[in-house]
Write a protein that binds this ligand. Structure first.
Ligand code: GLN
Ligand code: ZN
Length: 772
């Protein structure tokens, strides 16, 4: 008997109901009861959907109001002081949201004892996904206790509705490895304190009637730090003893176990889940070492991408496991939680039917899982029709001529090494650029976007509804752009931007103008909290039929004598923030995009734009989890950037921008991108990034962000000047730029105006000091 299972389900709701409920609660339009009721409805819908699709092991406790890592920390009482928790019982919603979003200074927060300045916890990417989790902050005084048993509550909720679910808990070792220790605390050292709380949880679950619990340990697919293997052994020995009758499923995902396989296989758990979408090759070695009394859970359906499963191939892997002796103890499921894919294809009525036939979102993936379980248990004949349909889809995809554009192939084949190199080295380019641009020292610029105000959004919405014509819409954009350019000119910005009012999304705007991309209507995936993204689907060869940005850039340039900066999204980011085809390597897809962006750079340059910024905020997140795989990625990712940029003549200045970029460890590769200027986020980390420059002599120009645009706070000119002075101690002033951390699209003009003026004043102060 093979069990159909899932590891986690999207939380946001088919129509982003969670987003609506959260935003309504935050704005004070609805109360706690309404928010909790909306959440309960979403959990119920997820249960019903999974059950109705034939899944027997349905997850619970995978839902979170904001983030499952934060809610795990709260459940175990790992709550820093200052957030209004008195040390007893469940934390309030006010505490939860203050940790998630920072204190807002409301009366309710004050009443709850939350410090008015309490900042949000640090947020970072969940492994190599575009989901963000909140990093638990643990200190020497952290005491763990199960203060809110959210998992037993979730189990009971399912039982009351007649469903025995499988609680999903972030495992203790991954929890600690994902946390941050304050005041010299090594999180892993806190394991002995944490384990009793986990043991209490497992006992509660067993007592409440759980048969299985899923313990997520995705860190097992990474290079483990010293001590982690021993922590795993200690932890699972304790957990196995805590509730002997309870089935413990150790879930690993986002890659293969590799050298951690013997460790995982030897842990005293009931079953092991393997990600066979990312790492199908790990099945054979796992079958060799895994004791035959274990259950084996096979992640056959890709939880990270939107492509339909090749049922016959997946069935082959499952049979291999059954024949190796796991036939009576086999589960099939998604590779990881389905959190990372959109809800349903059902409502995507506008998708090209041939493409749609190749896709599977969460709901469709459930059906695939049920079919696979049936096929393994009853044989191919039992799912003959579905197998035939799957085979046909695979064959159709292979034969689809639309996937391959011979012109793209020809251009790629003709790429020479010279095309990936600028004409002259940086020092010479810098001279040519300075002769042309005549910029003052410490030039002031911004990252590209200006506030996406209600007016901007209304223009877009009215055009979409057909209430205004394209000409009216564009006239509105032109007005906004003109005002932005004139203002920058007036206040003394050295390199103005046009403001990106025409763009709703930095990837979609370009993808819509490129061949090879398709778009969903409701393909939302949670990025963090209420924030969702709808990644485009990159299904075919990428080509650029016509210029994409020249019109707005040239218009903006016509309004000023200053050098207008042209704005592009880089190839790596276009790749990272899309659902990407899997029939050719990611590197090949990225090179196609690079050629398209290269064409745009050439056209901008030809139209007289002298400075072009190619944003790569997703460069860091593309880095493979395993160190061994990183050099290859870094090689092709930097090469793709250079391929896009190197059509620029010496006197054309190439900028790039990165945000959330902890790249102290990859600084040499950032340098290898050879952008003339890089702007990076640093204000929030208090110039922490600059430490990298102590060890590595970054050769080109750099603009460390001196205004944290994530916060509504407007820093004064002196504060910015202070940060610049610190930067100037590490980077020669001739190579220093003055800019914010990121684009200003999420801010209002009331903040942007004074902040950018302060940037100008700060730069002037520093210039005066430098000149003497
Ligand atoms: N140019 C973009 C902007 O200013 C960059 C955004 C980003 O890095 N995420 O909005
Ligand atoms: Zn940014």
């Amino acid at each position: 008997m093979t069990i159909a299972s899932t590891l986690g389900y999207p939380r946001i709701g088919r129509r982003r109901e969670l987003k609506a409920a959260l935003e309504s609660y935050w704005s004070g339009q609805s109360d706690e009861a309404a928010l909790l009721a909306a959440a309960a409805r979403l959990r119920e819908a997820a249960r019903t959907r999974q059950q109705g699709s034939g899944i027997s092991h349905i997850p619970s406790g995978d839902f979170a109001l904001y983030d499952h890592v934060l809610e795990t920390a709260l459940a175990f009482g790992a709550i820093p002081p200052g957030y209004g928790w008195d040390g007893e019982g469940p934390a309030s919603l006010a505490t939860l949201f203050a940790l998630a979003r920072g204190a807002r200074g409301t009366a309710a927060e004050r009443a709850a004892g939350i410090a008015p300045e309490a900042p949000a916890l640090e947020m970072t990417k969940w492994f190599d996904t575009n989901y963000h989790y909140l990093v638990p902050r643990l200190g020497p005084d952290t005491q763990f206790r199960l203060v809110q048993d959210r998992w037993t509550e979730a189990l009971r909720e399912g039982l009351a509705a007649g469903t025995r679910t499988r609680p999903v808990v972030l495992g203790p070792v991954s929890f600690l490895l994902l946390a941050k220790g304050a005041e010299g605390t090594a999180p892993l050292a806190l394991l002995p304190r944490l384990l009793p709380a986990y043991a209490a949880l497992l006992r509660n679950l067993a007592e409440a009637g759980a048969a299985w619990v899923q313990l997520d340990e995705p860190c097992l697919v990474t290079d483990l730090p010293p001590g982690a293997a021993e922590s795993y052994r200690t932890a699972y020995r304790a957990l196995a003893e805590a509730a002997p009758g309870l089935g413990l499923l150790l879930a690993t995902y986002f890659g293969g176990l590799e050298e951690n396989l013997p460790l995982a296989a030897a842990l005293p758990v009931t079953g092991l889940h393997l990600d066979l979408a990312r790492a199908p090759e790990q099945l054979a070695p796992a079958l060799e070492v895994l004791p035959r009394d274990r259950w084996l859970s096979l992640g056959l359906v890709d939880g990270r991408n939107v492509w339909r499963t090749d049922l016959r191939a997946a069935l082959g892997l499952a049979r291999q496991a059954a024949e190796a002796g796991f036939g009576q103890r086999l589960m099939v499921g998604p590779s990881c939680s389905l959190l990372h894919v959109p809800h349903s294809l059902a409502e995507e009525t506008a998708l090209d039917p041939t493409l749609k036939r190749r896709l599977a979102f969460a709901e469709e993936k459930l059906a695939e899982i049920a079919l696979l379980a049936k096929g393994v248990t009853e044989g191919d004949a039992a799912i003959a029709a579905a197998l035939a349909e799957s085979d046909a889809a695979v064959a159709a995809a292979r034969q689809d001529a639309r996937l391959h554009d011979p012109a793209v192939a020809a251009r790629l084949a003709a790429v020479t090494p010279e095309m990936e190199r600028r004409e002259s080295p940086y020092a010479e380019r810098a001279k040519a650029q300075q002769a042309r641009l005549k910029l003052p020292p410490l030039p002031v610029t911004t990252i590209g976007s200006f506030p996406q105000t209600a007016e901007v959004r209304a223009l877009r919405a009215k055009l979409a509804r057909g209430e205004i014509t394209t000409a009216e819409h564009d006239a509105g954009l032109a007005r906004l752009t003109e005002a932005a350019v004139r203002w920058q000119d007036e206040i003394g910005v050295d390199v103005p931007v046009h403001g990106e009012f025409e763009r709703n999304d930095m990837v979609k705007y370009f993808a819509e103008q490129l061949a090879g991309y398709a778009f969903t209507k409701h393909g939302w995936v949670q990025s963090y909290g209420s924030r969702c993204v709808a990644p485009p689907i990159l299904w075919g060869d990428v080509a650029r039929p016509a210029p994409m940005t020249v019109r707005w850039a040239a218009y903006a340039q016509s309004l000023t004598q200053l050098p207008m900066k042209g704005m592009l999204t880089g190839p790596v980011t276009m790749l990272q923030w899309s659902f990407v085809r899997t029939d050719i390597p990611r590197e090949a897809v990225c090179r196609q995009i690079a050629l398209a962006i290269r064409d745009e750079v050439a056209d901008l340059q030809a139209s007289g734009i002298a400075i072009i910024q190619i944003d790569e905020p997703a460069f860091r997140e593309g880095l493979p989890l395993r160190r061994a795989a990183q050099p290859a990625y870094l090689r092709w990712a930097t090469a793709c950037f250079r391929l896009a940029a190197s059509v620029a003549a010496d006197a054309t200045q190439i900028h790039t921008h990165m945000c959330y970029s902890e790249f102290n460890d990859i600084i040499a590769h950032i340098a290898a991108m050879d952008a003339d200027v890089i702007s990076i986020e640093t204000a929030r980390s208090d110039m922490e990034l600059l430490r990298a420059f102590a060890e590595f002599d970054y050769p080109n120009a750099i603009g460390p962000g001196v205004w944290d645009i994530h916060s509504p706070r407007v820093p004064g000119a002196e504060e910015m000047a202070g940060l610049l002075r610190r930067a100037a101690a590490r980077v020669p002033v001739e190579r220093l730029w003055v800019n914010p951390d990121c684009g200003c699209k999420t801010r209002g003009w009331a903040e942007v105006r004074p902040a950018v003026e302060n940037l100008v004043h700060a730069a002037r102060r520093l210039r005066a000091e430098a000149v003497g």
